[in-house]
Design a protein around this ligand. Structure first.
Ligand code: DGJ
Length: 709
């Protein structure tokens, strides 16, 4: 219970939130961030009073300040949280607080604007790890329709948060970081692709200048939504700074009839001393969900880069044999198995096994795979349709379009209007039928194009909001009907990475780039929000398909370790010696996967841009694994010492280079610590560190750290 009626105090998982309920017209944020400890009523009052701004010349008589759901009619002249109208009129919205209910971890505030015919509810809750989630629900209580242009949740930033980090990218390079200063004004990131997109920011973070993974206070926001959305960071000329986020509605997309309501997706805010601490709140929160995948992540082989569209039973059974030989546990048949799908120009929508390529159906392959003791997985792309397909020919009205012509083509495909009951029924029926006919343990659910002009038909209303909800419904129904089914969210690699889809699926395909050097930043920044066991990471051929580079098997394998480990490679072309090396990596990944799934990823802020140090520390800090990758040459050769933080300061740990990597190159001597029994405390490893061993650029070593006591 709250000690005072006019101040809300939430506290959990190292986070404190304080709201001042006495400010007009709506409650104001006093604090979101570091735990302030137990606070007596007098302290809460003083904090609330200390946060109140003064009146200044040239401004309103009551200086506007950041409240929950700020609107223009309340005097807020910065980005509002809500905008809408009734056919061009009725855009003035001024809520007042009607009621509050709260406990130690959550508060629900009911707001009303009788004159505008609107009510709203704001639900704020602190999760187990101190992640702050907000949802705003708007209801039309008027007697005409209300068009919602914007509805978003706001989170206060400390005034010192003047540096922004977000991510951008493209196919093969998702979640590349970028930084800039946050000055007075708005930094806005929008996803207008009907999926977050390869260029979406997985997190919008703002912190003290120079914040890194290990140090510097930083706050960040994620919108758990798989359609269009918006996040922004803003610093006002009245001394407020904030993050805000919500869905991005297209014109006229959300029109509330009398009595109807709409909610924002969960908008999640985290903070930490350093980005790692910020990310742990997301990871811990996610792992605490009942549906979080808890069994050991099966080592997966995906056929895409091994055979592409060349589906041939003999070739695929040989691949399955090789996969089983190296210890693979799940075999996933990728694109190319369904009607007319000989390349990427045709077939999407016709989810029937192609009788020419698979005269006996998929049974011979599925039986073979399962006979080898592996699970079977299948690729699908249910939201898509090729104009060259039976589906498009028989139901052109199911294709999303805003005008008579189809929207611009992408990968020769268009998008189905899953919100159309007929289209939904057809896709659901096909998927259920496949899952009933075959023992499919896993669907790789792809989504290979951005949505543009995604409307219900010529001159029709935009449909991104409705198709996103239909997708969620379909995933939920499939999971309910097939409780053991796991689903991977893929979208041209990692173009749909968000906690909306990840609440209904079991992992993401992090990127189509299997180049380990490109994967290093991709996995590091995806991990700001996504726990490592949910990030697909595959060992691949040394001759990389996407970048043309040639790298060592060891580099490819080491980089895939901190993720859901798999293989994407035509193993039938490898010799027994290579397969034996791969099998050792698979064994090692199996020995590490519990640590990955329950432990803490560690990213070390280094000084040498060419040396990447990261690791994972077991939840009980008894064990850790670090990878050290020399990506390019640095000014220093050999490189300087690297630190390995995250262990128990006072415990002793034995440090050893894994026999899977290591060995010095020509002209190099071995490192003394690697050839002797080296024992250091967690504090020594974290503060002093040791000399890394690398042979030449583009090589990795794996360091095992085990408690010596
Ligand atoms: C894009 C995915 O990211 C790939 O892994 C593969 O599944 C192809 N689509 C298949 O078309």
């Amino acid at each position: 219970m709250n000690p005072r009626d006019d101040v809300i105090h939430l506290r959990r998982g190292g986070t404190t939130v304080i709201l001042d309920l006495s400010t007009a017209p709506l409650p104001s944020f006093v604090h979101w961030g570091a735990d302030l400890g137990p606070l007596p009523p007098a302290a809460l009052s003083s904090l609330a009073v200390a946060a109140r701004p003064q009146r200044v010349s040239g401004g309103l008589d009551a200086t506007p300040r950041l409240t929950l759901l700020p609107t223009e009619a309340a005097g807020w002249m910065f980005t509002p949280a809500l905008e809408g109208h009734r056919d061009g009129a009725g855009s003035s919205i001024l809520f007042s607080l009607v009621s509050v209910s709260s406990d130690e971890h959550a508060v629900s505030l009911e707001l009303a604007d009788v004159e505008a015919g609107l009510t709203a509810r704001i639900d704020l809750s602190l999760g187990v790890a101190g992640l702050l989630t907000q949802r705003v629900t708007l209801r039309n209580t008027g007697d005409t329709t209300f068009t919602v242009d914007r509805l978003q949740a706001v989170f206060p930033l400390p005034w010192e948060a003047t540096e922004i980090l977000d991510t951008t990218g493209h196919h093969l390079r998702e979640r590349a970081p970028q930084r800039r200063a946050l000055a007075i004004g708005t930094h806005l990131r929008e996803s207008r692709r009907g999926r977050p997109g390869a260029d979406a920011t997985v997190l919008l973070a703002a912190g003290r200048p120079g914040f890194g993974f290990e140090t510097g206070q930083v706050h960040g926001l994620h919108v758990a939504w798989s359609g269009n959305h918006r996040v922004l960071a803003e610093r006002t000329s009245n001394g407020d700074a904030f993050l805000a986020g919500g869905e991005l509605f297209q014109p006229g997309e959300v029109v509330l009839a009398p009595g109807e309501e709409i909610s924002t997706p969960p908008v999640m805010g985290s903070w930490g001393e350093g980005l790692s601490a910020l990310s742990y709140r997301f990871h811990d929160e996610w792992r605490a969900r009942p549906q979080h995948p808890s069994r050991p992540r099966p080592i997966t082989l995906n056929t895409w880069e091994a055979v592409y569209f060349d589906h041939d039973l003999r070739r695929l059974t040989a691949l399955a044999d090789a996969a089983a030989e190296v210890g693979v546990e799940r075999f996933v048949l990728d694109d190319g198995w369904f009607l007319g799908r000989r390349d990427d120009t045709a077939g999407l929508g016709d989810w029937l096994v192609d009788p020419i390529v698979w005269p006996e159906g998929l049974h011979p392959l599925v039986d073979h795979v399962r006979g080898l003791g592996m699970e079977f997985g299948l690729w699908v792309e249910p939201e898509m349709v090729n104009p060259d397909s039976e589906l498009a020919r028989s139901h052109p009205e199911w294709i999303l379009r805003g005008r008579a012509d189809l929207p611009p083509s992408a990968r020769q495909q268009q998008v189905l209007n899953l919100a159309h009951p007929g289209a939904y029924r057809y896709i659901a029926e096909r998927l259920h039928a496949l899952l009933e006919e075959y023992p499919i343990a896993y669907l790789k659910w792809d989504h290979n194009r951005d949505l543009v002009d995604a409307a219900a038909g010529p001159g029709g209303a935009a449909r991104v909001h409705a198709t996103t909800l239909a997708l969620y419904r379909l995933l939920d129904e499939l999971k309910a009907a097939h409780p053991a089914l796991e689903i991977e969210s893929c979208a041209s690699g990692g173009a749909r990475v968000d906690l909306g889809i990840l609440d209904r699926t079991d992992r993401i395909w992090t990127s189509d780039s299997l180049d380990p050097l490109e994967r290093l930043p991709n996995q590091r920044y995806t991990g700001l929000v996504v726990p490592p066991e949910m990030m697909g990471a595959h060992l691949t051929t040394p001759h990389l398909h996407t970048s043309g580079r040639t790298v060592d098997l060891e580099l490819s394998a080491a980089v895939a370790l901190i993720g859901h480990f798999g293989i994407e490679w035509d193993l039938t072309g490898t010799d027994p010696a290579a397969r034996a090396r791969i099998a050792k990596w698979v064994d090692y990944a199996k020995s590490l996967r519990d640590v990955i799934a329950t432990g803490r990823p560690v990213h070390v802020d280094g000084t040498d841009p060419g040396v990447d140090v990261r690791g994972v520390v077991a939840a009980d800090v008894s064990r850790a694994m670090f990878t050290i990758v020399q990506t390019v040459t640095d000014a220093a050769w050999p490189p300087g010492r690297v630190r390995m933080p995250g262990l128990d300061d006072d415990r002793l740990y034995r440090v050893a280079v894994s026999s899977l990597t290591g060995g010095q190159g020509a002209g190099q001597s071995p490192l003394e610590w690697a050839t002797s029994d080296t024992v250091l405390t967690g504090r020594q490893l974290s503060i002093v560190g040791l000399r890394p061993m690398v042979q030449q650029p583009q090589q990795a070593i794996v360091v095992d750290v085990t408690a010596a006591d």
